[in-house]
Design a protein around this ligand. Structure first.
Ligand code: SAM
Ligand code: SF4
Length: 338
């Protein structure tokens, strides 16, 4: 059965709209040392440990994906770097034949200690979240984070020599929308790319109304153009990001705009939650329980591959975010893996 299907799809994960999945984001934990207001509520209940995929299970799953044509894996969370053993796991995944890019998204809190080991483990690129350059505002957004620790972490990442470091900032009206120019200036001065992300309605939060806090990519771009000349770039990711070169600098500004720009036609990605749920779309509930398959078949990877092939039949055409209905998706981003 697997042979026939694998031959039919040429060992690739192709959905019924003809889109090939080549990029997987895996959340290795739902836990975090920060409590960002757009991502978590103040009192979060985390998954019991036995419900979270083990590092061995994540490694096997990564192997199955790579053997099915996935060339890029992003390890995320929660905060991936608070999980014990994650660097050793990354070293194993980076050696999978056929994997071109192993990348990670982090809040930067552990980078002073872990930037160099991550580079040694084969992580090529790193995304670091940074929503504010004002220590007080940073604390308010993250509830507990220390800006200086993250800024030191960014320096450690630069020193470790990753191929690329990108900053990510979620912009909320009246919290940090007035910082977009400072953030771009900082990124350009440091020789880093930066992307601005529109807040997505993932999970219930208690700090603000998502509708009122919405600050669109177009508004951010308009603000930036008072200070910078943005030149449209041809860079494409298959995702929701549009990139611009900043005249006079070597780095790019990106806009991740799930609300104002539809990107589903070229979607090349799926996500795996910390509990091993394969999510076929960030903004829909279509999913498959991979933990069950992995635990029922601790030796036979073909069964896992078969499940991945089967899942392609339920990848939806696109998302349907609506900020006026809260929450549209009950999973928090920390569970989904941003
Ligand atoms: N803890 C790591 C970090 O903060 O970079 C990795 C996980 S975090 C969930 C990944 C990204 O998702 C971060 O850049 C974060 O800002 C973003 N994020 C979290 N909740 C979001 C939301 N509701 N809407 C848009 N982006 C969100
Ligand atoms: Fe933690 Fe990242 Fe969510 Fe912030 S965005 S609470 S750092 S998982």
């Amino acid at each position: 059965m697997l042979d026939t299907l694998a031959k039919l799809s040429n060992n690739k994960l192709i959905d019924k709209f003809g889109r090939q999945v080549t990029y997987v984001r895996i959340s290795v934990t739902d836990r975090c040392d920060f409590r960002c207001v757009y991502c978590m509520s103040e009192d979060m209940e985390f998954l019991p440990r036995e419900q979270v995929l083990t590092l061995e299970e994540i490694t096997r799953l990564s192997q199955a994906f790579v053997e099915m044509g996935v060339t890029k894996i992003r390890i995320t969370g929660g905060e991936p770097l608070v999980r014990k053993g994650v660097v050793e796991m990354l070293a194993k995944i980076s050696k999978l034949e056929g994997l071109e890019e192993l990348v990670i998204t982090t809040n930067g809190s552990q980078l002073v200690k872990l930037a160099e080991p991550l580079k040694q483990a084969g992580v090529k690129r790193i995304n670091i979240s940074l929503d504010s350059l004002d220590a007080e505002k940073f604390k308010k957004v993250t509830r507990v984070g220390d800006l200086n620790v993250v800024l030191d972490g960014i320096q450690a990442a630069k020193k470790a020599g990753f191929e690329n470091i990108k900053l990510n900032a979620v912009i909320l009206k009246n919290r940090n929308h007035d910082e977009v120019r400072n953030l771009v200036q900082y990124a350009m001065d440091q020789g880093l790319d930066i992307s601005f992300i529109e807040e997505m309605p993932l999970g219930a939060i208690d700090s603000h109304s998502r509708e009122e806090a919405y600050y669109s990519s177009d508004e951010i771009k308009r603000d930036l153009e008072q200070q910078f000349e943005l030149l449209s770039s041809t860079k494409k990711t298959g995702g929701p990001a549009r990139y611009y070169n900043v005249n006079g600098y070597n780095n790019k500004v990106g806009f991740i705009s799930p609300h104002s720009h539809n990107f589903c036609d070229t979607c090349n990605r799926v996500r795996v939650t910390a509990s091993g749920l394969l999510l076929l779309c960030l903004g829909q509930e279509h999913s498959m329980d991979l933990k069950r398959v992995l635990r029922a078949n601790p030796i036979d990877l073909n069964k896992v591959k078969q499940a991945l092939i089967d899942s392609m039949a339920i990848k939806p055409k696109g998302h349907d975010f609506d900020l006026t209905e809260q929450p549209v998706i009950f999973r928090h981003m920390s569970v989904t893996g941003g």
